[in-house]
Design a protein around this ligand. Sequence first.
Ligand code: TYC
Length: 100
Amino acid sequence: MSDVATGIRTQNKLKLPSMFKVVLINDDYTPMDFVVEVLKQIFDKQQDEAETIMLHVHTQGRGVAGIYTFEIAKQKQDETHKIAKLYKYPLKTRLEESLI
Ligand code: TYC
């Protein structure tokens, strides 16, 4: 919007970046302790929160590990899949745009 007196465009056009959820998917083979370690080491959770998220995924089928800008979310997804592959666990995640 232009300022009437000065003609200087004053409206702030900066937009917040889109945010993405890293969603952990349950499976029957990845050990619970491994998922808790992933949540602590990659998603910076404390022990109690990591256990709560892991148990939520275990019982509900999926759950949010964290919400980040796309680049960071993708990086954490890649790190999770890389360490799971190294240990031969089928742990998977999905990225979903967060609408809040
Ligand atoms: N269901 C797994 C088990 O019983 C634990 C698990 C939790 C696996 C969360 C994946 O994203 C996951 N060992």
